[in-house]
Design a protein around this ligand. Structure first.
Ligand code: NBX
Length: 809
């Protein structure tokens, strides 16, 4: 027996009988129950273990191959991962579909029942978190040696419920039943420092004397590649108090709360995922979270580097660390601290190694979304990091001064420290300074970053700036979410290789004028609408799914819904195209304007529902708690994809890609990746409207008066008047007032163009053959938006990494 190189493993069986046998073993030996007394949860967990074991075997071989290759690794640092349910994906990736189904049948449980018990880890807010999940999936699929690092929050993104139409948040205790997908690795725990002060030791090195010490305990989930043997991992850190954090003396004295307060304080660090930055709550804890992630992950990365030996100067040759936005950007001063204070390297050498190791992805253009932290907070929580940041800044600004002598304003603008109204650290500037590549997430976004938000840096270091357009997992969002369409595509193309090579969808274009094929295509869309079960499957399913934010302009869609409602009321016998308008998404708990829009949508939906003259033509639905699982049900059912953000505001969007891939036609502005989608699917298969970025900028600069649009446009006026006069249960007046008086995102300016474009949608819908052809062409030409392409772009232009093939034996 050879225990090394994974060769000592006895391969798990691939027959149905062997799978059933293993399932029973897991039921008996791991769950400690029997077939007779097994609950559905027992069956589910045994099934998970049986599938997981097959991936764990691949994981062992992957590790062996990686050890042998000693490759350059990709470390993806992200505060968020929205992984979605694991069971169905892992059955697909492990190739156990048929045998697992047979075993479930033998056990008397159904796949649907098992999927229901498979809880989605909601460890993210929205696009950024889901992108992280799509990218780690694609890295494994492309055989790239990679680890995703993140935080194992006890509570994920809140559960959204509606009470009288208003969003009410409930905690998401996602591990209440445990998490059978996870491998705890307590022996790899790390120690994390907070607070305290710095001193110098005898050798003149800086030492950080902490005021609080917390443990980080990792566990990992498997990330298999599709159509390959590679299984990577995401490693998630959970905070714990140290052994001495429990105060036995106090406990014995009956001071129960005091006895555990230190442990509670430590564990609070990974207690809950923060909603996006529209909330002011818990700022200190949030910064603690970020440093906790960074400190644990960097120590783990260095531990791994040392497994192979080699001088620290080789570190960048063996590791590239991708920062998913600025949330993990403390990794830059932390690596400097480790190299200079702990490893004794000189500053200049450490700085070159650091810059060569890191790359930074920016996901926003909104200035208010660029993270800054009060200097005073830094000074208390991370005193050594503040010193390091000052040193980085000093050297950065020296470079600026020598490149642009006398340009004091440029120095002020580029500083890592914002001076007024309060001294704050600018994390995006830190991230640009400390990395060798900075990328936006769609062409327009990358261009605007270099022209506006990060213009001074792009001028000084033009070579650092790149674009990597986002992509989505074709497995999760087509193969798994849309099984009927997948089967049709597979039978049309002759095989299922498209799921690992999405450009193959191009082959569908041959069927664009094939009436029988188009009929099947349309039947599947109809069946997907019926499966979703919200509204008439023959109505046009008009879908807007995304986080609620004023820049995304759900309010624009709502004004159009109200206009439609008025048109139907005014002309009850008219030739109206029946539509189901579906909204889904969450608002940050403290983002009151977004919550008002949600409440108003629900009120409008109720008013319409109560009006029998209108219901045959118009229905508004708003299923609560949009998440990856619900997205997988909604996206395949969509006919129309709403991507109507104000041009220049949405970094990319990824829902837009998922919807196009599932054959929805887009109605959208020239924003984010919409532009690239339109270029690829063809302008004739895309409904374009609205101001472009230069026009929007100009309109704002020349003085925007939303009220003038209200005064000039009778339908717009009627919609806003209806809200103001209380037509929707008195709800939403603040929404209308904000639009009339401020309208930061030019909703009213784009209203007429949007309404006219929607008329073009209605006309197009009348010709079902032409519509279906456009739907098919959207799918056929969306291959570019595969996360596999995104990862291969990162690999060739930023990471410079090579795949490592994992063999079967
Ligand atoms: O990242 C999103 C962008 O808005 C999308 O345009 C883009 O497609 C997507 C992936 O690149 N950003 C995003 O989801 N941000 C957050 O969720 C977020 C979370 C925490 C926070 C700030 C933003 N503090």
């Amino acid at each position: 027996m050879d225990f090394r190189n994974g060769i000592g493993l006895r391969p798990l069986g691939s027959s149905a009988a062997e799978f059933e046998q293993d399932l029973l073993s897991n039921l008996y030996y791991r769950r400690g129950t029997t077939v007779e007394s097994a609950s559905a949860q027992d069956a589910y967990e045994s099934l998970v273990l049986t599938v997981r074991d097959r991936l764990a075997e691949r994981r062992a071989r992957t590790t062996a191959a990686h050890y042998a290759a000693n490759p350059r690794w990709v470390y993806y640092l992200s505060a968020e991962y929205l992984l979605g349910r694991q069971l169905e994906q892992n059955i697909l990736y492990s190739g156990t579909g048929e045998i697992a189904t047979a075993a479930m049948k033998a056990l008397g449980v159904s796949p649907e029942e098992m999927d229901e018990l498979d809880i989605e880890p909601g460890l993210g807010n929205g696009g950024l978190g889901r992108l992280a999940a799509c990218l780690v999936d694609a890295m494994a699929t492309l055989d790239i040696p990679a680890i995703g690092y993140g935080i194992r929050y006890d509570f994920g993104i809140f559960k959204q419920t509606f009470v009288d139409g208003a969003q009410v948040e409930k905690p998401d205790d996602w591990t209440f039943q445990g998490n059978p997908w996870e491998f705890p690795a307590p022996d790899d725990r790390q120690t994390v420092f907070f607070y305290g002060h710095t001193t110098r030791d005898e050798a003149g090195r800086t030492k950080w004397i902490p005021g609080e010490i917390v443990l980080g305990e990792p566990s990992h989930m498997l990330v298999p590649g599709y159509g390959t043997e590679t299984v990577n991992i995401v490693r998630l850190w959970r905070a714990r108090g140290s052994e001495s954090s429990f105060d036995l003396e106090r406990f014995s004295a009956g001071q129960y709360a005091e006895a555990v307060q230190e442990a509670v304080r430590a564990e609070n660090i990974s207690k809950v995922l923060y909603p996006d930055d529209s909330t002011e709550l818990g700022r200190e804890l949030r910064l603690k979270q970020q440093y906790f992630l960074v400190s644990c992950s960097l120590r783990d990365i260095l531990r791994r580097f040392r497994l192979w030996g080699g001088p620290l100067t080789d570190f960048p040759a063996k590791s590239v660390i991708q920062l998913n936005d600025t949330h993990p950007s403390l990794a830059i001063p932390e690596l400097m601290r480790l190299l200079v204070d702990e490893e004794g390297l000189g500053w200049d050498e450490a700085w070159l190694l650091t810059q060569r190791t890191f790359a930074y992805t920016c996901h926003t253009l909104l200035p208010e979304a660029l993270e800054t932290w009060p200097v005073a907070l830094f000074e208390r929580l991370l005193p050594r990091h503040l010193e390091i940041i000052y040193e980085i800044n000093q050297r950065l600004l020296d470079e600026v001064r020598s490149r642009y002598p006398g340009d004091i304003d440029r120095v002020r603008r580029m500083s890592l420290i914002q001076e007024a109204p309060e001294r704050r650290v600018r994390m995006a500037h830190l991230a640009v300074a400390g990395t060798s590549a900075v990328n936006g997430v769609a062409e327009l976004h990358s261009q605007l970053l270099a022209e506006t938000t990060l213009h001074d840096f792009a001028t000084m270091w033009p070579g650092k700036f790149r674009n990597v357009t986002n992509g989505v997992s074709p497995r999760r969002f087509l193969r798994i979410a849309n099984p009927a369409l997948s089967e049709l595509i597979t039978s049309a193309l002759g095989d299922s290789r498209w799921a690992g090579d999405l450009d193959r969808l191009r082959g569908l274009e041959r069927f664009a004028d094939d009436p029988a094929f188009l009929r099947s295509w349309r039947d599947i869309k109809r069946a997907n609408k019926a499966r979703l079960g919200l509204g008439d499957p023959d109505a046009l399913m008009d879908v807007m799914v995304k986080r609620f934010h004023e820049y995304k302009r759900q309010q624009l869609k709502l004004l159009h819904v109200i206009t439609q409602y008025h048109r139907i009321k005014d002309n009850p016998g008219g030739d109206h195209v029946p539509r189901t308008v579906l909204f889904a998404g969450k608002a940050a708990p403290a983002y009151h304007a977004a919550k008002s829009i949600i409440r108003l949508i629900n009120a409008v939906a109720a008013t319409i529902e109560a009006d029998p003259a209108v219901t045959p033509y118009l229905k508004v639905v708003f299923p609560p708690n949009y998440n990856v699982t619900l997205g997988e049900l909604i996206i395949p059912a969509a006919d129309l994809s709403e991507q109507i953000s104000l041009a220049g505001k949405e970094a990319s969007g990824t829902g837009n890609m998922k919807l196009a891939l599932n054959g929805a036609l887009t109605i959208g502005t020239l924003d984010g990746a919409n532009i690239e989608i339109r270029e690829r699917v063809g302008a004739e298969n895309f409904f374009l409207f609205g101001l472009d970025t230069p026009a929007a900028t100009e309109l704002k600069a020349s003085g925007y008066h939303p009220r003038s649009y209200y005064e000039r446009d009778p339908e717009l006026r009627a919609a806003l008047d209806a809200i103001m006069s209380g037509a929707f249960g008195g709800v939403g007046k603040e929404v209308a007032e904000s639009l009339l008086n401020w309208d930061e995102y030019l909703t009213l300016a784009d209203f007429r163009a949007y309404a006219e474009c929607q008329e073009a949608v209605d006309r197009a819908w009348q010709d079902q053959t032409a519509w279906t052809k456009a739907s098919l062409l959207n799918t056929a030409r969306a291959g570019y938006f595969s996360a596999d392409r995104t990862v291969s772009d990162y690999a060739s232009t930023i990471w410079h990494v090579e795949p490592v093939r994992v063999t079967r034996d």
